[in-house]
Ligand binder design. Structure first.
Ligand SMILES: NC(=O)c1ccc[n+]([C@@H]2O[C@H](COP(=O)([O-])OP(=O)(O)OC[C@H]3O[C@@H](n4cnc5c(N)ncnc54)[C@H](OP(=O)(O)O)[C@@H]3O)[C@@H](O)[C@H]2O)c1
Length: 247
């Protein structure tokens, strides 16, 4: 058994949804550990600003995880020196038009939620995992949610999207046993980010009121700490599920 962790040496990570919230905090935390971070999202202006701030070499790369063709091409579109990805953080997600009765939902919003949170995460994994398996080295972090465990009314589509993440992660982990590739799911409860504003299409006042209704919330940095914890374990340890709730 070796104490060496995947954060040792010349490590490269790809983070989806790095333009805000949890993904941004994860990119900052990884870069502070000396990791070369590929920051991806749709808003590339934000990614460029983030890369400027990071302590170590980083790359801004536009990626809509709901665009299947772009995801499939991802590895080949990256500059060659960025293709040996050791860590994939599948974080991109939203709840567009959510937190209301299912029968009132717009079909397009429902499709976008599933295509991003579930299909996008699965397809991004398919784009990167074979290369990790060939190298016998890798760690994938999937951003689930306590909503994949606690099923509540008026939240059915988001819950479904995160249940898919939970099932996919637990099943795939069994396939990866012995491959050198580890797979961790992080399941946070409420985190104060831009998530609620994105749900309500930029209505920040409504988003603030929503967060203020709760006694406590996690910060994006709390989730980034959990990601680092899972990554810092020695290679023979796989943190499977990490559930974080505000205390
Ligand atoms: N906030 C919470 O309470 C909470 C709790 C548990 C789990 N989570 C999960 O944590 C993850 C991050 O959420 P957050 O709270 O950090 O929300 P956020 O502040 O709104 O950030 C969401 C990120 O996802 C990106 N994104 C959304 N759709 C995308 C797409 N189609 N392709 C690529 N990137 C996309 C956004 O970037 P662009 O808009 O620039 O593309 C942004 O960077 C999500 O998977 C969410 O479900 C959040």
């Amino acid at each position: 058994m070796t104490k060496e962790t995947i954060l040792n040496g010349d490590t490269t990570a790809l983070v989806t949804g790095a333009s805000a919230g949890i993904g941004k905090a994860v990119a900052v935390a990884l870069s502070a550990q000396g990791v070369r971070v590929i920051c991806t999202a749709r808003r590339v202006d934000r990614l460029n600003a983030l890369v400027e701030e990071l302590q170590n070499p980083a790359l801004a790369f536009e990626l809509d995880v709901a665009d299947g063709d772009a995801v499939d091409r991802l590895l080949y579109e990256l500059p060659e020196e960025w293709r040996d990805i050791d860590i994939l953080v599948n974080n991109a997600g939203h709840d567009l038009g959510g937190r209301q009765a299912f029968h009132k939902r717009a079909a397009a919003d429902i499709a976008a939620t599933i295509e991003t949170n579930s299909t996008g995460l699965i397809r991004t994994t398919l784009a990167i995992l074979p290369m990790m398996q060939a190298r016998g080295r890798g760690h994938i972090i999937n951003m689930g949610s306590s909503s994949g465990l606690d099923w509540v009314a008026n939240h059915s589509v988001y819950v479904a999207s995160k249940c898919a993440v939970h099932g996919f992660t637990n099943s795939l982990r069994q396939e990866l046993q012995g491959s050198g590739v580890r797979l961790t799911e992080i399941l946070p409860g409420l985190v104060r980010t831009e998530f609620a504003a994105a749900r309500w299409r930029g209505d920040e006042e409504r988003a603030e009121k929503f967060y203020d209704k709760f006694d406590a919330a996690l910060a994006p940095e709390d989730v980034a700490d959990a990601v680092l914890y899972a990554l810092q374990t020695p290679a023979h340890v796989n943190i499977c599920d990490l559930v974080l709730r505000p205390a």
